[in-house]
Design a protein around this ligand. Sequence first.
Ligand code: NAP
Length: 236
Amino acid sequence: MTFAAAFETKSALIPLLAAPDDRSFVIGQLGQSLDGRIANSRGESLGINGPAALTHLHALRAHVDAVVVGAGTIAADNPRLTVRHIEGRHPARVVIDPKGRINDGHWLDDDGTPRLIITSSDHSIAGVQRIKLPAVDGMIDPHLICAALFERGYKKLLIEGGARTISHFLDHHCLTRLHILFAPLIIGNGIQGVTLSNQLPLNLAMRPKVTTYHLGDGDILFDCDLSHEVRHDQHK
Ligand SMILES: NC(=O)c1ccc[n+]([C@@H]2O[C@H](COP(=O)([O-])OP(=O)(O)OC[C@H]3O[C@@H](n4cnc5c(N)ncnc54)[C@H](OP(=O)(O)O)[C@@H]3O)[C@@H](O)[C@H]2O)c1
């Protein structure tokens, strides 16, 4: 990574590092192509962004208390969710698995890091803390997820994907910040990034305050400040 790119990455982390400890800070990240795809139609997402963006993702992981992904990402990518590209400690690993369909994967590796499952089922995995929350039409309110993690001491959260998980958090005004890493790539089909349920006129669409950072390899980080959108009354 060039000196300039390293400086840009560090600058983009300032709001996360400066966040007060008595509130939750929930940051989403998505790496996507110019045409808004986070994976191709085979579900492959590795390689959309370059190495500098991957370093940025690992820096985010190193500075949060817990990293959260949906069951779809575990099934598609089998990610480790650890910090490897920079020096830093691993965050707790949290998987949202309402039906209890996930039984294995690297995220379960016993490296001393807490592993938690958010579920509506009675499914349990040895060594993994289960947080059982109610679902409505199969979906668990993200505010309940944030509150349950907050009361267990996980206050800074990275919602790492995939599309359905991030979109649901955004739809419920649960994200303080969203990092979208645009790669100079046109995939043409595949999994769309953010999709929201509302059909608002353009003048009522979310308009976050945005700062851009050039990470190298042509990747541009859009750091979206959504703090004015967060419904803090619903979780701490
Ligand atoms: N480019 C990137 O930055 C990036 C990052 C991560 C993943 N990805 C890609 O994204 C794809 C997976 O994304 P995806 O949208 O298909 O899946 P996903 O968001 O990883 O997982 C969605 C599933 O997680 C569960 N879930 C998540 N939030 C929930 C909630 N609030 N309440 C209840 N259940 C919830 C549900 O499980 P059930 O289906 O069991 O109901 C849901 O269908 C993969 O291809 C992966 O490679 C890309």
